[in-house]
Design a protein around this ligand. Structure first.
Ligand code: FES
Length: 160
């Protein structure tokens, strides 16, 4: 029951990264699954989906993915504003790991987006965040992110 999330997936199929995934459901659900799997490092060659509704008739009717997903080969720059530290990391690194690598401490707990302990303020830039309910929509709108499940896209600045 409830929304698809990494915690649920991990509990039901701990070896999901080695599995074939067959997905069928309303487009927003399938989009959430696709984005989540890509964010978890799943090899999307093993992802298959069945259209739940008639295919979009025209190219302009095909919904665009809203989110920018991290590019494996791309580098990101993270400015830890309060600490005066700037570092370069792969976009597939999490902000939490980047901080640790830089010798900075962001308090954390679950490390998969449930507990909310790693919530920090993003001052600028874009992240790809796949959380499991550990942050509210209001907080996201106010610019907060969960460092453990956020990948930096391009250049970002955080209040750490
Ligand atoms: S450490 Fe629990 S949400 Fe990030």
């Amino acid at each position: 029951q409830g929304m698809f999330n990494q915690l649920m997936l991990g509990l039901m199929t701990p070896d999901y990264l080695e599995r074939e995934v067959f997905c069928c459901g309303p487009e927003p659900f399938m989009q959430a699954v696709r984005e989540a799997l890509a964010g978890f490092g799943f090899d999307m060659d093993h992802y298959h989906q069945e259209s739940f509704q008639a295919p979009a008739a025209k190219e302009e009717d095909i919904p665009e993915l809203e989110d920018t997903v991290p590019d494996e080969g791309a580098m990101a720059e993270i400015v830890f504003a309060a600490s005066g530290v700037t570092g370069h990391f792969a976009e597939t690194d999490t902000v939490l790991n980047a901080a640790k690598t830089s010798g900075l401490n962001i308090p954390s707990g679950c490390t998969f987006g449930v507990c909310g302990t790693c919530k920090i303020k993003k001052l600028s830039g874009e992240v790809h965040m796949v959380h499991n309910g550990g942050i509210s929509e209001d907080d996201i709108e106010a610019g907060y992110i969960l460092a453990c499940c956020s990948n930096p896209i391009g250049r970002i600045e955080v209040e750490v």
